[in-house]
Each structure stands twice: as structure tokens, then as C-alpha cells.
Ligand binder design. Structure first.
Ligand code: NAD
Length: 461
């Protein structure tokens, strides 16, 4: 079902990389060769950016209602092929089919949500000091959007960027992760068949330092929107920033889940397990730090360790990921593919490397604290600030945590889970650069505001 070769998709056509080279993609579940993806270089990126540039004026000329209708057509076409997409995602990532289906549905919902925005797309009208002057704000496209994404939830990662980008009248060059080439290619093919004009969505496969860097450096790219690690994001931000391109960064997390002494421990254990280990911990929002009040620490720990021992997190994405996690203290499972045991570390100092660095795998750390103030200080003692959760029966504690936790998303009595299509998502500190993706907030990433002044009676002014 996965094609043996996954080509680029440029100007509505499937094309191999100019170099003629291919990259091997292995199955996380059993290590077998799954497919080979085009190994693109700057020549392929240049062609894709040229196609996107050529297609952009006509695309922007369409009404936003028409572009919203196109988002709906794509969402419907994706829904028709939901099972096939689910299989692709499950094969590429090693996720269980239920998780892959949930993600496919989330990507489809983003299409429907953005279709509705085509009928809103609100601006403002405002007052002016001058008589007979009306001032209104309208959104305008940026031009060509360079989209670079992580492998972890491949279809939602594409959908969160492509739907708002095209709704706002931009054309796109997408560089998917080298670990998930096939789902991105399938989505672009479906877009094409659903009627998206050639050149509006181009996909260039390949490695980050080759295809990705060439996209970031291409002067024909007006916006760089990136989801990935802080280390890559820093380089991209510096590089695109030098030519003053607009840059949106959605980066990593070291998310904390706090368990207070008045928490419902069964619920806290359930949410902590899902937060730490679902998607093999390869979630930007995963709970890699679990902060527990001293008086309930032992009771929580016993149940959490028992739950972790029974948890099947699925494989991680690659051999490199296994090696990185083993170096951080995880144990490799003795089976083909890329499997590590759910790992719980204890007695780790708050300033140790594993406490500060994002591990992006099924590894979490338990910390013992005396009470709320120490818990809050520990939560905020991180270079990241994406999500945070607290389990408590106290409204006062919950509200104080919501106010004080340095994070873009706070959850009370739940997991450090992310978002829905209508909710803006993003973080503070090194988790991002202040933008929010999804929700109407995403429109601010993919458009610029224009202030239009209408002077209705110049003679009277
Ligand atoms: P990564 O930074 O290694 O790669 C992300 C993308 O960037 C890939 O497509 C990769 O090929 C590309 N890339 C790598 N080097 C590049 C370079 N020099 N120039 C241009 N592109 C380059 O990250 P990853 O391992 O794919 O994903 C994991 C990271 O993504 C974690 O840090 C995770 O927290 C983060 N993430 C964040 C969010 C969010 O919304 N904040 C969502 C998902 C994942």
C-alpha cells in the first residue's frame, strides 16, 4: 500500500529528485525497508518554489470563500480515503491503528474548520480622527510559505500548516520529515485530485540539512513555518531572520504534570501514563516531568510504575532515536524494529541534563516536592514552556497554577495534551516564537494585516 518510491510533488506532478537519489525509510515496528523517498537538494527546492511563486497570484485572486470551499473539498476527499491514510500513518510511524485513525481524523477536522473560516475571515473597522474617513483591516497573503514539519503526528502536522496557509491565499512548499514521506505525498495527491490548482501545494522530500536548509535559504520563500526541535528551529530562525522573512516556530517541550496531595490518584495515574507514554512519548506535549507532593509520592509511584510496566507505547521512529534514549537511561527491547521500554527515572537533580533536555521518547522523571510552591518553581525551572497540567481538588490551587505556570497550554485534572482544531496551540520560552497554530490564531501566521483608509468626501476634510 505504501509506494516503493515516494517522489516529490511539484506543480501538480510526481517527479524524482534531480539527483536521482533515494533515501531508505524503515518500518519502526519491525525494521524492514518500507519505501524509498526522493533525496532532494536545492535544485528540487528551486523548482518547487518557482512553481509556488507562479501559482500564487491566481490563487490569491480567488475569493477566500472559494479557497475555503477548496479546503472543504480536500477534507471530504481525505475523509473518503481515511482508511488508506490511517494505514499509511500506522506503517510509517509504527502507531497502533486507533491512534493513526485519530490523527487522520484530526487532520480532516482542520480542513473543515478552515473551510468555515473562509466564510468569516473577519477584520475590524475602527474610528479615525478625520471626518469622512473609514478605516478597516483586511488580511492579505504573504506569498510562498515554506513549511517544515516533524514526523510525530505527520498528517495533523501537515494539516495545521497547509489548510490555513492556502486559505489565506498563499502557495506552499512542504518539506515533510524524512521519517514520514508517504503520508505527506498521499495528502498532496489527494489535494490535487480534489481540484487544488497545480503549484499551490508542492512537496519536496529529503533530509533536513539538504532539502530543508535549501528551503529555508531560498529567497523566494516569504514565510518559514517550522514544527520541530529547538536546535533546528534556532538555526532556521537565524537563517530566515537574516533576510527578514516571517518565521513561525513551534518547538519542543519539557512538560510537567503536577500531582497534589488532594488529587484523585487513580485519575492522576491514568493521565500521567497517557501523557508520558502515548505515541511513545514522541509528542511535543508529552509529560516528561511528573512532580508529586511528598505525602502522596509513594502511593502515586507504586501505581505509576505498575502502569508503566504494562504500557505498550509502540515503537519510536528510528535507530537514532533508540540510541539517544538508551543513552538517557532507557532499555531497548529485544525485538526487531525500534522499541524501548517505558522508562521512569527517579532521584534526578532538577538541573541535570535529562531534567532540562527534551528526550522525545517514552522516558519520564518523577520528582518529589514538599508542596505547591516548590512544585510551581520546578515546573517553571525549564528552558521550555509548552504545556503543563495539575491534578488537584482545589479551585484555588488550580487557578493559581493556571496563572503562574509558564506554558502556552495549562490543563487542570487531565493530561498534558494538546489541542483541537479551533484552539490555538503553542508555547512560551524556547517552545516557540510566540505564534499560535490551529484556531483562528493560525490566520495570523499565514496572513498580514492591511489597514485600508477610505476617505469618502475629501473636499470636506
Ligand atoms: P527536527 O528538528 O529534527 O526535524 C524537524 C524537521 O526539520 C524535519 O522535517 C527535518 O528534516 C527538518 N530539518 C532538520 N534539520 C534541518 C535544517 N538544518 N534545516 C532545515 N530543516 C531541517 O525534529 P523532529 O525530530 O522531526 O521532531 C521532534 C521535535 O518536534 C521535538 O522537539 C518536538 O517537541 C517538536 N514538535 C513540536 C510541536 C509543536 O507544536 N510545538 C509539534 C510536534 C513536534
Amino acid at each position: 500500500m505504501i509506494p516503493e518510491q515516494v517522489p516529490n510533488h511539484v506543480d501538480g506532478k510526481d517527479v524524482p529528485a534531480a539527483s536521482g537519489e533515494w533515501l531508505d525509510k524503515f518500518s519502526p515496528a519491525d525494521g524492514s525497508l518500507l519505501c524509498r523517498a526522493a533525496r532532494s537538494t536545492s535544485a528540487d527546492v528551486d523548482a518547487a518554489v518557482a512553481a509556488a511563486r507562479a501559482a500564487q497570484p491566481a490563487w490569491a485572486e480567488q475569493t477566500v470563500v472559494a479557497r475555503g470551499d477548496m479546503c472543504r473539498e480536500i477534507a471530504l476527499a481525505l475523509r473518503d480515503r481515511r482508511d488508506e491514510l490511517t494505514e499509511l500513518v500506522a506503517a510509517e510511524t509504527g502507531k497502533p491503528p486507533d491512534a493513526a485513525r485519530g490523527e487522520t481524523d484530526a487532520a480532516i477536522e482542520m480542513g473543515f474548520f478552515m473551510a468555515g473560516e473562509g466564510r468569516r475571515y473577519y477584520g475590524r473597522t475602527t474610528t479615525a480622527s478625520m471626518p469622512h474617513r473609514q478605516v478597516l483591516t483586511v488580511r492579505q497573503p504573504l506569498g510562498v510559505a515554506g513549511l517544515l514539519i516533524s514526523f510525530n503526528t505527520p498528517l495533523p502536522n501537515v494539516a495545521w500548516k497547509v489548510f490555513p496557509a492556502i486559505l489565506c491565499g498563499n502557495t506552499c512548499v512542504l518539506k515533510p520529515s524524512e521519517h514520514t514521506p508517504a503520508s505527506a505525498h498521499a495528502l498532496a495527491t489527494i489535494c490535487c485530485k480534489a481540484g487544488l490548482p497545480d503549484g499551490v501545494l508542492n512537496v519536496v522530500q529529503g533530509l533536513g540539512p539538504e532539502a530543508g536548509a535549501a528551503l529555508v535559504e531560498n529567497p523566494g520563500v516569504d514565510l518559514v513555518s517550522f514544527t520541530g526541535s529547538a536546535a533546528t528551529g534556532r538555526w532556521i530562525n537565524e537563517t530566515a531572520g537574516r533576510r527578514l522573512a516571517k518565521v513561525c516556530m513551534e518547538l519542543g517541550g519539557k512538560n510537567a504534570l503536577v500531582v497534589c496531595d488532594d488529587a484523585n490518584l487513580d485519575m492522576a495515574v491514568k493521565w500521567a501514563l497517557a501523557s508520558a507514554f502515548s505515541n511513545a512519548g514522541q509528542r511535543c506535549a508529552s509529560a516528561s516531568r511528573i512532580v508529586v507532593f511528598d505525602t502522596v509520592y509513594d502511593a502515586f509511584r507504586d501505581r505509576f510504575l505498575a502502569g508503566a510496566a504494562d504500557y505498550d507505547p509502540g515503537p519510536v521512529i528510528s535507530e537514532d532515536a533508540v540510541e539517544r534514549l538508551v543513552a538517557a537511561g532507557a532499555r531497548r527491547l529485544d525485538r526487531p524494529g525500534y522499541w524501548v521500554e517505558p522508562t521512569v527515572l527517579e532521584g534526578v537533580a532538577a538541573d541535570a541534563d535529562v531534567s532540562c533536555a527534551e528526550l522525545f521518547g517514552p522516558v519520564t522523571i518523577l520528582y518529589r516536592v514538599s508542596g505547591f510552591d516548590e512544585a510551581l518553581a520546578l515546573v517553571n525551572d525549564s528552558p521550555y514552556g509548552l504545556t503543563a497540567a495539575i491534578h488537584t481538588a482545589s479551585v484555588h490551587r488550580a487557578m493559581r497554577f493556571a496563572e503562574q505556570a509558564q506554558a502556552g497550554v495549562v490543563v487542570v485534572n487531565g493530561g498534558t495534551h494538546g489541542s483541537e482544531p479551533h484552539m490555538g496551540f503553542g508555547g512560551v520560552k524556547q517552545s516557540g516564537t510566540g505564534w499560535r497554530e490551529a484556531g483562528v490564531e493560525a490566520l495570523d501566521v499565514y496572513s498580514d494585516w492591511k489597514y485600508v483608509n477610505l476617505i469618502s468626501d475629501p473636499a470636506e476634510v
